[in-house]
Design a protein around this ligand. Structure first.
Ligand code: PNS
Length: 164
């Protein structure tokens, strides 16, 4: 198996579904770099630094944490992959509806950098409907986030939406 994989995403914020995919990736690769895409054109609730910190906090007690590095990037993902010496991109696919977008993205990345492969991992069934957007919607209206995100992420979301 290849050694370094990049797990990219917006992670605004990280969810239990992301953590499930990340754990699976650590079983397949020697090192997994979780990389937060900071896109100035896209409105995010958390800054790049805040998202990186939340991810680090969420994984620090895991027994696979030493296989994971967390950083952020702006620009093209494949450029960042090459800079990090990663030859595999990991993406989670929850449902068939995710696949069209993921397939387009994987083919675009392949055209830009043919040596970088994308692999798709399925999360556990219980996480298949969880997305950062749904989590933010539930948080905005004050819903219970227990089964969606780790407690520290739930607290961070509550703080963000406290003055809504
Ligand atoms: O969690 P997301 O929002 O589905 O992640 C999408 C992400 C950040 C991985 C994707 O938008 C991305 O790679 N952005 C960086 C710009 C880029 O390289 N675009 C070309 C591939 S479509």
């Amino acid at each position: 198996m290849k050694t370094i994989a990049l797990y990219p995403g917006s992670f605004d914020p990280i969810t239990n579904g992301h953590l499930d995919i990340l754990e699976r990736a650590t079983r397949l690769f020697t090192k997994v770099i979780v990389t937060v895409a900071v896109n100035k054109k896209k409105d995010a609730v958390f800054s790049g630094e805040e998202r990186v910190e939340l991810i680090k906090e969420c994984i620090k007690e895991k027994d696979w944490a030493d296989k994971v590095e967390v950083n952020q990037f702006t620009g093209l993902l494949v450029d960042h992959a090459q800079k990090m010496k990663a030859d595999t991109l990991v993406r989670g696919v929850r449902q068939i509806s995710d696949f069209e977008y993921e397939f387009r993205m994987a083919l675009t990345n392949k055209r830009l950098a043919p040596e970088v492969d994308t692999i798709f991992l399925m999360p556990d069934e219980e996480f298949t409907f969880i997305s950062a957007s749904i989590v933010k919607e539930v948080a905005y209206w004050g819903g219970d986030l227990t089964s969606f995100v780790p407690p520290l992420v739930a607290t961070a979301l509550k703080d963000k939406f406290s003055d809504k």
